[in-house]
Design a binder for this molecule. Sequence first.
Ligand code: IFM
Length: 459
Amino acid sequence: MTDNTPTKQLAQRFPSNFVVGAATASWQVEGDSQGRGSSIWDDFAAVPGNIADGTKADPACDHVNRLEEDLDNLAWLGVDAYRFSVSWPRVMPGGKGKSEKGLEFYERLVDGLRQRNIKPVLTLYHWDLPSELEAIGGWNNKDIHNYFAEYTDLVASRLGDRVEMWATLNEPWVSAYLGYTTKIHAPGHGDAAKGFEAAYRLMTAHASGLEVLRSHGLKNLGTVLNLTTAIADEPEVEHVADYVDLLQNRFWLDLLAGRPLEQKLFDNTKDITDWSFLDQDQLKKIAAPIDWLGINYYTPFRVIAASVQSKQAVGQDFSLFPGTPAGAAMNPLEPRTEMGWEIHAPSMTATLKQTASRLPGVPLYVTENGGAFDDKLVDGEVHDKGRVDYYLNHISAALDAMDQGVDLRGYFAWSLMDNIEWAEGLAKRFGIFYVDHVTQVRTPKDSAKLIKELTSLRN
Ligand code: IFM
């Protein structure tokens, strides 16, 4: 018998309606690229060097063909909800029309969840833009929100009666800054002006998508941001951390709250863009009320005064924050995950509290949280103690925020299974199920057993 006391104590802190779930995203798990249209990630992966280990969309986790097994794994975990994303090019190859076969796949997914009493939580855009839409400017096309509206209408018409919660976007910061500002992600523009425009146009798509979902009479509508705390370790870099906080957090929350964008943003970026693409009517639409906000939290951004970046962490680089004042460095402290990300659970509490105060009255969910660790499958077991501790500490930190007044409604582990970690390929494992990428055998890690214990031990 293992001592499950800390798990039990944690489980008993969940309020009765608290949603515990696990999450994935289409391109990272589905495979079956022949059964759909092409996306920017297929194009990006085709260029040698873009993805660390040369991974391509197939087979990923072969989720399309192993759906029933993955649904059974979710049921085994005892989770209340599964957060997945729809692949735009699977249901609308080329960004127009529709694919019956693609829609049927998501129908099977949603129905399979409901049969198992698991709430479907659907994200419309988790980064796999149809290639044909990128060819006409992608997230810099001034009509992109109309294309997104058509896509949303298709998905809502087909699945609207069966999905519990809807998210328009996943982490628009990543789409804009890793995909447009830098070349880290697809489509890989490396152009700071394009990145700022993409950030704004993603939010116009959010607004149009939300409008379409509402026009279908749907409820429980939100969006998902990757938010965190920017920590200045020295007083002389407080203004740098403040600017990181502005681009990473306040920009999005100000837009959603209908507050004007800060003068500091315009001042710091005046040599990059004149922001002439902003449109007052669109800004008003972006501020339409949402029913919930999802926060993907992994790690803080820690800033020190220095001229040389001392440690490498994926996605922690000032090139992702154009306009950052000089003289500082990112400094993720130990312990760190395999991504180089500092493990610091108190920042989870701080992020939730800060977000609640910046977007008052909107219920929050942690829609992603987890870590990449160096997992080893030995005799059918994966003792991922680092991840188990990460989950115990971060779930506790999330519940601390709730105890301190944050309206937190749920928590989703990232990820249900090891998958394609974008430009990092298959080497970075975030799953609670270990996936053998040759045989596709899934094995619950100790962290999966922890989640199972948490769901079974709550009141
Ligand atoms: O794998 C990603 C996911 O697609 C979006 N949020 C962060 C995760 C880990 O990097």
